[in-house]
Design a protein. Structure first.
Length: 352
């Protein structure tokens, strides 16, 4: 099987298979394991401080000399509506008390939001070879700085209109995130969140833009990789299949939930972060959504729920923290080293 194409050549990888950046799940060890296996490991740093961003990049660099990417959240921070946020804060504190968790929701004055703008200098100083981004498009100044530094840029689109907007900014490749995908929607056009399935999205975007396309959403096997290539993608980006990996930061209850999840068990919700994301339905989603409270936008809700989620994770409580997952979780919940999961998908694809 011929794996090489113009995208593998641009990225400098053996296989056009990308481990999705997964904030809260992907560790530097996972990134390095995939890059060392010939794929592209992706390090998520969305919303991290410049210091933490640098430390994680340096950790990846200490574990691999192969190409890797760093993933940014390219969103703006909205003003806080204090009435809306205080109501949510007070509800979350009640939920913490009722569940005997030792946490407190931070007060609004103490919330600190880092954005990609503070991370660009770190990426250039650390000579990061590839940067991917989601939730929007970085401003022109940031794009130019990265381009001038020779960084390869990969945007994320959830519909054809977003792919066209990314193409107008001359990105090098586009991740097409189908509605099946786990985690946050990368959507950024105004209005209702796009809900296009990967089977429609890849051919539609391919007609509209002339840029290498990367298919993402419920890809986890030889068949699904082949299907993505048949649709015209030049690479795939795989998330959920790596959540149960040994190098994953996911708690045991999360891995367990993935192993038994039905195709109907995930939903799109704003309850955890204020941004639409796909995860396995649990008590937290039910409770927050049934309050009738207005959910503050991302990243405000994300920060308000952060201490509660961290405490639930410490207690291995999968009912009160986010269990991001694609629709086909149970097909790919192997508890193995990341490289074994990766190699299995490669050899399955080769055998077809
Ligand atoms: C736990 C989790 C966290 C994610 N975090 C990010 C992220 O930080 N940045 C990003 O661009 N995409 C993120 N995604 C979305 C992935 O890039 C990708 O679109 C998705 O995993 C593909 O669908 P799949 O999970 O069915 O393979 C995340 C997905 C999951 C499951």
């Amino acid at each position: 099987m011929e794996w090489q194409n113009k995208l593998t050549q641009l990225l400098g990888v053996t296989y056009p298979v990308i481990q999705a950046p997964m904030l809260g799940v992907t560790s530097p060890a996972m990134v390095a394991a995939i890059s060392n296996a010939g794929g592209l490991g992706s390090l998520p740093v969305g919303g991290f401080s410049p210091e933490k961003t640098r430390q994680l990049i340096q950790e990846v660099k200490s574990l691999t000399d192969k190409p890797y990417s760093v993933n940014l959240f390219a969103h703006d921070v909205p003003d806080i509506d204090s009435v809306q946020a205080e109501a949510m804060r007070s509800y979350l504190n009640t939920l913490i008390d009722k569940n005997g968790l030792h946490a407190e929701v931070p007060d609004l004055e103490s919330l600190k939001f880092y954005t990609y703008k503070e991370q660009i200098a770190i990426l250039t100083e650390e000579n990061v070879p590839i940067v991917s981004f989601t939730f929007g498009i970085p401003d022109d100044g940031s794009l130019t700085k990265m381009k001038q530094h020779g960084i390869i840029l990969i945007g994320t689109a959830t519909c054809t209109e977003e792919a066209i907007l990314l193409a107008e900014k001359n990105v090098d490749a586009i991740v097409l995130q189908g509605i099946e995908a786990g985690g946050h929607r990368g959507s950024f056009i105004p209005g209702d969140v796009p809900q296009v399935g990967l089977m429609a999205l890849v051919p539609m975007a391919r007609k509209a833009v002339n840029i290498p396309l990367i298919a993402s959403g419920s890809i986890n096997s030889g068949e699904t990789v082949k299907a993505a290539f048949a649709l015209g993608a030049l690479a795939v980006q795989i998330g959920t299949a790596f959540i149960s990996a040994n190098e994953s930061l996911a708690i045991p209850a999360y891995k367990q939930a993935l192993a038994t999840a039905k195709d109907t068990d995930t939903i799109l919700t704003r309850a955890f972060s204020g941004r639409w994301a796909r995860g396995i339905k649990n008590d937290f989603i039910d409770k927050v959504e049934s309050t009738g409270l207005d959910i503050p936008p991302y990243p405000i809700q994300n920060s308000l729920t952060g201490t509660l989620r961290a405490e639930a994770q410490k207690k291995d409580n999968g009912q009160l923290t986010n269990l991001w997952s694609g629709q086909a979780a149970a097909l790919s919940a192997d508890k193995l080293p990341s490289a074994d999961i990766f190699n299995k998908i490669i050899s399955e694809t080769e055998s077809l």
